[in-house]
Write a protein that binds this ligand. Structure first.
Ligand code: FAQ
Length: 341
C-alpha cells in the first residue's frame, strides 16, 4: 500500500462521496490534533496526516536499517574475540541488534510500507542508515568504544522516543532501550578491563575512544540550525528533544564516565556551562558528516555490498519460508472448506 492518507483517496468519487471523505478528513484531523495536544498516542488504524505518516516511515525505516547495518562492525570481531565468554557476549549483542531491526521493520509496516520495499531501498543505496556505521572497527577495543559510546548515544537518543506519539514505535523503543543499556555496560566493561591492563591495552582503549568520540556525537544529527525535520517532529511529539539538546546531554554523561575509565575524551573544550546549565563540546567536522551521508564515508561501499551479499545468501530462506506459508494457508483453507461442508 502506498504511503498516503487512506481516508483521502479521492479518485473517481462522486460529489457526495468526496464530501463525505472531506468530512472524515476534517474529523480525523481534529481527533489527531486532540491526541497530540493530550500527549496521547496515535495507533495504526487512526487517521493521521499524510506528512506525519511519511515522517514516521522515514525515521523508523532509517532506524531499522541502522540496526541491521550496525551489526557489521561488531560481527567482524566475533571470531576474533579474546575469549569464549567475550565471543558469546558479543554474539548475543549482535543478535539483539538484529532483533531491534525486526521490531522496527514491523513498526514501519504498520504505516503501510512493505518490508520488501524497505529492504530493496536499502540495498539499492536509496535509504539512509546511521552515519556511525560507516566507520571501521579496527581493534578489539573498538568493541568497547562502540558499546560505550555508540550504544550510549543510541540510548540517550532513544529513551525519549519511548514516549513517541506513534504507539508501535514508542512500544518497540521500550524493549530496545532495555537491551541497549546492557550493551552499553558491556562496552564500558571491555574498556575498563583494557584501561586497567597493560600500557599497550590502555593505549588501545584510548585510541578507540579517540576515533569513535566525534562520529558518536554526530549520531544525534546535524546542529539544530541545520536540522530541517526537528521542529515538525517535535510538534508531533515524535522527537522530544532537539539534536543539540541530546548531544549536549550525552557529552555530560560521557565526561563523567570517562573519569571512571581512567581515559580522556579527545576534546579539551568539554565543559559544563554554569550560566546556561548545559554541557558544551568542541567543534565537530560537519563536512565529514555530509560526506558520510553522501555515501563517501570510509566504509559506506563495503557496508552496502555486505548487506547485498547477505540478502542474496538469504534468498533460499525467504523462498522456503514463503513456500511453507503457502502450504499452511492451503491446508487452512482446505480445513475451512471441509468444516463448512
Ligand atoms: N546518520 O532533520 P534531521 C543504534 C539525516 S541505532 C545518517 O535532524 P531527523 C543502535 C536525517 O535522516 C542508530 N543520517 O533529521 C546500535 C535527515 O535526512 P532525510 C540510529 C542522518 O530525522 C548500536 C537529515 O540528516 N538511531 O545506534 C543522521 O529529525 C550499536 C537531516 O536531519 C536512530 O535512527 C545520522 N546520524 O533527526 C546498533 C534513532 N542524522 O531523512 C548496532 C531514531 C541525521 O531528511 C550497534 N532517529 N541524518 O533525508 C532519530 O532520532 C532521528 O531520525 C535523527 C535525525 C536524530 C537520527
Amino acid at each position: 500500500m502506498a504511503v498516503q492518507n487512506l481516508q483521502s483517496v479521492t479518485a473517481e468519487l462522486s460529489p457526495e462521496e468526496l464530501e463525505a471523505a472531506a468530512r472524515r478528513d476534517a474529523e480525523g484531523q481534529a481527533n489527531f490534533d486532540r491526541v497530540i495536544a493530550d500527549d496521547s498516542r496515535i495507533e495504526p488504524k487512526d487517521w493521521m496526516p499524510a506528512a506525519y505518516r511519511k515522517t514516521l516511515l522515514r525515521q523508523i525505516s532509517q532506524h531499522a536499517h541502522s540496526e541491521i547495518i550496525g551489526m557489521q562492525p561488531e560481527a567482524n570481531w566475533i571470531s576474533r574475540a579474546p575469549s569464549l565468554k567475550r565471543k558469546a557476549i558479543l554474539m548475543a549483542k549482535v543478535q539483539d541488534e538484529a532483533g531491534h531491526g525486526l521490531y522496527l521493520y514491523s513498526a514501519a509496516e504498520t504505516l503501510g510500507q512493505s518490508r520488501d520495499k524497505m529492504m530493496d531501498d536499502l540495498i539499492a543505496g536509496k535509504a539512509r542508515y546511521s552515519s556511525i556505521f560507516n566507520y571501521p572497527a579496527r581493534t578489539w577495543a573498538d568493541m568497547g568504544a562502540i558499546g560505550w559510546l555508540v550504544d550510549g548515544a543510541a540510548i540517550c537518543n532513544q529513551v525519549p522516543l519511548c514516549r513517541a506519539s506513534y504507539g508501535p514505535y514508542g512500544r518497540a523503543m521500550v524493549r530496545v532501550c532495555k537491551e541497549e543499556s546492557f550493551h552499553q555496560r558491556q562496552g564500558f566493561e571491555i574498556l575498563l578491563e583494557l584501561a586497567n591492563g597493560t600500557p599497550e591495552q590502555k593505549q588501545m582503549a584510548q585510541d578507540a575512544v579517540d576515533r569513535w568520540y566525534a562520529p558518536a556525537l554526530m549520531m544525534f544529527g546535524p546542529p539544530d540550525d541545520d536540522s530541517p525535520n526537528s521542529r515538525q517532529s517535535m510538534a508531533w511529539n515524535i522527537k522530544r528533544f532537539s539534536n543539540d539538546e541530546l548531544r549536549h546531554r550525552f557529552v555530560g554523561m560521557m565526561a563523567e564516565q570517562v573519569k571512571v575509565l581512567g581515559l580522556t575524551l579527545p576534546d579539551d573544550q568539554v565543559r559544563f556551562n554554569e550560566e546556561t546549565k548545559k554541557w558544551e563540546h568542541g567543534p565537530l567536522d560537519w563536512n565529514e558528516f555530509k560526506e558520510v551521508l553522501a555515501g563517501r564515508g570510509p566504509c559506506n561501499a563495503q557496508r552496502l555490498e555486505r548487506r547485498r551479499q547477505a540478502h542474496d545468501d538469504g534468498a533460499w530462506v525467504r523462498e522456503a519460508a514463503a513456500a511453507y506459508a503457502a502450504k499452511q494457508q492451503a491446508k487452512q483453507s482446505m480445513t475451512t472448506k471441509e468444516d463448512a461442508a
